[in-house]
Design a protein around this ligand. Structure first.
Ligand code: 3PG
Ligand code: MG
Length: 416
């Protein structure tokens, strides 16, 4: 048994007390000859069709090795990207199955569907210890709809369900939640490790505490930002997400990625932050270019001087300096989302600088640093500091929701 949601010592709990959810781990579980449906998160960063970061695959591999080593027939369920309930060839899990085989140094099979004859035949062909990855669960609308009939189709393929996908535990989907009610369910080793590490790091955060949120999944994170305000002393916003806030304040962001329909919501968040005494840090300058391409001539501009034909692609040096100065006063940092288009230099400068400053403060012993999210993990690796953070989670959205004190449906279902 492990303990999930910590009794977080937040100042203004937004919800009623967080209830610890006990869950069963793989300890003592006998799986020999059993068909184990393992929910993994193989939703890894892909750039130009190539997997750019293997962290999620590497970190789920101990669970797979353990199950296979104990003679289980390992059937891996995962989503990749957001195909919206339809088969999208570019969102196939076939490349992830191949990558898993390379990480494990052994044969990993692949089935072209996660239900129906292709899945049934692939499962029937497994011997003890064999491993198969089933095609993207999100190719079926029943996955995200958490359709009981779809859950039953998945559950019929196995005898035991193991959830090792903490990073998608914030989604109440068939393969993360529905299925857990249909089979004996357990937390995998990565799920266990994530929950234990995050509880240890954040159960009673040392203050002041800041959340730094960046990245491009704007609409999905605005709610999180609103909720984080009651939890942290400082909220810094970077990446494309910041553009929506900047534009909402009446400044031109040129051709930058932003969500116009969320301006009112962004302003609401800023107001709410002020009322809650949470300091919000938005970029004061930016690195811009006419397009996101390696080798383009970047320009450093004040945030109110972005011209109509350019895009904001990174935070500027004055913003970096502001963040660094703030870091010196912090005791806890939680970070999700890159601050700029770090995959395309020179737009990695802001993210690199902030990552290195946070790593240095952590190494100096003044800062407890916890980072999470697929792209954030890649960014830390790119900056060369992934080993120098206190803890790096494979989860992004789930990590933030956990931090908000929300019950994660995928985790809660394991306690059922
Ligand atoms: C993630 O990378 O955040 C998880 O894999 C969940 O994916 P989603 O945000 O598309 O639900
Ligand atoms: Mg996500």
């Amino acid at each position: 048994m492990g303990l999930l949601q910590p009794d977080v010592g937040y100042r203004r709990p937004a919800r009623s007390a967080v209830i610890p959810v006990p869950f069963r781990t793989l300890d003592g579980l006998s799986v020999a000859g059993k068909r184990v449906l393992l929910r993994a998160d193989l939703n890894v960063p892909v750039h130009d069709g190539k997997i750019t970061d293997l962290t999620r695959i590497e970190r789920v591999s101990p669970t797979i090795r353990e199950l296979s080593g104990k003679g289980a027939r390992v059937i891996i369920l995962s989503h990749f990207d957001r195909p919206k309930g339809k088969p999208v060839p570019s969102m196939s899990l076939a490349p992830m199955a191949a990558a898993l085989g390379e990480v494990l140094h052994r044969r990993v099979r692949f089935a072209e569907d996660c239900i129906g004859p292709p899945a049934e035949q692939a499962v029937a062909a497994l011997g003890d210890g064999d491993i198969v990855v089933l095609e993207n669960t999100r190719f079926h609308p029943g996955e995200e709809e958490n359709d009981p009939a779809f859950s039953r189709q998945l559950a019929a393929l196995g005898d035991i369900y193991v959830n090792d996908a903490f990073s998608v535990a914030h989604r109440a989907h068939a393969s993360t939640q529905g299925i857990a009610h249909l089979l004996p369910s357990y937390a995998g080793r990565l799920m266990q490790a994530e929950l234990e590490a995050l509880s240890a790091a954040l159960a009673t955060p040392r203050r002041p505490m800041a959340a730094v949120v960046g990245g491009i999944k704007i609409s999905t994170k605005l709610d999180l930002l609103g909720n984080l305000i009651g939890r942290v002393d400082v909220l810094a916003i970077g990446g494309a997400m910041a553009n929506t806030f900047i534009a909402a304040q009446g400044k031109s962001v040129g051709r930058s990625v932003q969500e116009t329909e969320l301006h009112a919501r962004a302003l609401e968040i800023l107001k709410k932050a002020e009322a809650a005494g949470c300091t919000v840090i938005l970029p004061v300058d930016a690195v811009t270019a006419p397009e996101l391409k390696e080798g383009v001539q970047p320009r450093i501009v004040a945030i109110d001087s972005v011209s109509p034909d350019e895009m904001i692609l990174d935070i500027g040096p004055r913003t970096v300096a502001t963040l660094e100065a703030r870091l010196a006063t912090l005791k806890t940092l939680v970070w999700n989302g890159p601050l700029g288009a770090f995959e395309t230099p020179p737009f990695d400068a802001g993210t690199n600088a902030f990552a290195r400053a946070a790593a240095a403060a952590t190494q100096a012993g003044t800062l407890h640093s916890v980072a999470g999210g697929g792209d954030t993990v890649s960014a830390l690796r790119h900056a060369g500091v992934i080993e120098q953070f206190t803890y790096v989670s494979t989860a992004g959205g789930a990590f933030l929701e956990w931090l908000e004190g929300k019950t994660l449906p995928g985790v809660a279902a394991l306690g059922a």
